[in-house]
Design a binder for this molecule. Structure first.
Ligand code: ASP
Length: 342
């Protein structure tokens, strides 16, 4: 008989474990022990389930790289004890956390599934129960003794996504996430159907956990009429190491001399500029239009189809490694954890 799978559930906070304050009506985190009471189905699983909770659960809008370090540490400490991990997390910044963990957990050979819900678990119409139950099932699923999923994912509303490809797309629908540039990894219907070709293959190397992240980055989202003053203020921020430049369409930006000069001066100060598109689907192709050729010539790095969330996480991760600026620029162009299409 196959050995029973074991899954570690990590509760960080979010709507899934929230209740309504009787006086103010506001949603706020509640004691995790009540969560297991809310879902008696959890005891019926043929999966050994253990659960831990953050002492102070947070709304994910308070998420911070220090918490990512804590989560990566929990996975590292328990890696050999469990077959898979489920992280309960607020949906607001779930894509950032999933992206960050994907870079921090190098050579991952087990599933790390993030999930949450749009309605608290105690509500009759909650989406939390299905999200949680299926996430646990995915985290505990093996084929011939090996994990099927070996990456950081998000499971929400019957779909499993590669975490670093997701965006939170809808704040009202149960179907809250999208993976605009990469297929879903699995769909849950009567059974869970895995898209085996889309899943990451194991590297065959041992897990390496990276916990050094640097957040000296800024975002410059372009819009027609953006002022020189605001642009300079962002690009000349003290301590800045990298900038995410959110451009139009396939990576295009204004060709006004003052703007290009600001970009040139920023790169001359050894600050990395990563170009990603404001479109949720498609990719940056520097050089396709005249309005992006200049950026390429000046040394702006094309982010291809990297999501904003993944760009933030990848930069924090790479800046935290002991790499030269040239090495960081090279790695930004490489597909490290399935975050970029070739
Ligand atoms: N504000 C909540 C959070 O992200 C929303 C949710 O849980 O989905 O923590």
């Amino acid at each position: 008989m196959a050995k029973q799978s074991s899954v570690l559930l990590i509760y960080t906070g979010g709507t899934i474990g929230m209740i309504e304050d009787a006086h103010t009506g506001e949603l706020k985190p509640f004691d995790f022990r009540s969560l297991t009471k809310q879902i008696p189905e959890l005891t019926k699983f043929d999966i050994h389930l253990s659960a831990i909770s953050f002492e102070n659960p947070i709304d994910s809008s308070n998420m911070h790289p220090d918490v990512w370090v804590e989560l990566a540490g929990i996975v590292k400490k328990n890696y050999n004890l469990y077959d898979g991990f489920v992280i309960l997390h607020g949906s607001d910044t779930m894509s950032f956390t999933a992206s960050a963990l994907s870079f921090m957990l190098e050579n991952l050979d087990k599933p790390v599934v993030l999930t949450g819900s749009q309605l608290p678990i105690g509500m009759i119409r909650t989406d939390g129960k299905e999200n949680l139950i299926t996430s646990i099932e995915i985290a505990g699923t093996k084929s011939k003794g090996k994990a099927i999923v070996r990456e950081v994912c998000i499971y929400f509303e019957y779909k499993l996504y590669r975490g670093n490809r997701t965006i939170k797309y809808n704040s009202l629908h149960f179907d809250a996430f999208r993976s605009p540039n990469y297929p879903t990894l699995a769909e849950a219907g009567v059974s869970i159907s895995y898209n085996t070709n889309a899943l990451l293959k194991h590297t065959g190397k041992v897990l390496k956990v990276h916990t050094n992240l640097e957040n000296d980055i800024a975002v410059l989202k372009l819009f027609p009429g953006i002022s020189r003053q605001i642009t300079s203020a962002i690009l000349q921020s003290p301590g800045l190491k990298a900038v995410i430049l959110e451009t139009f369409g396939s990576g295009n930006a204004s060709t006004e001399p003052w703007f290009l000069n600001e970009i040139k001066q920023t790169i001359a100060r050894e600050i990395i500029i990563l170009n990603i598109t404001q479109c949720s689907e498609g990719k940056v192709m520097q050089g396709k239009y005249e309005t992006s050729s200049q950026l390429k010539k000046l040394g702006v790095i094309g982010g291809a189809d990297l999501t904003f969330e993944s760009a933030v996480a990848k930069l924090m991760f790479l800046l935290g490694q002991k790499l030269t600026k040239t090495q960081i620029k090279k790695k930004l162009l490489e597909n490290l954890r399935g975050e970029l299409s070739n």
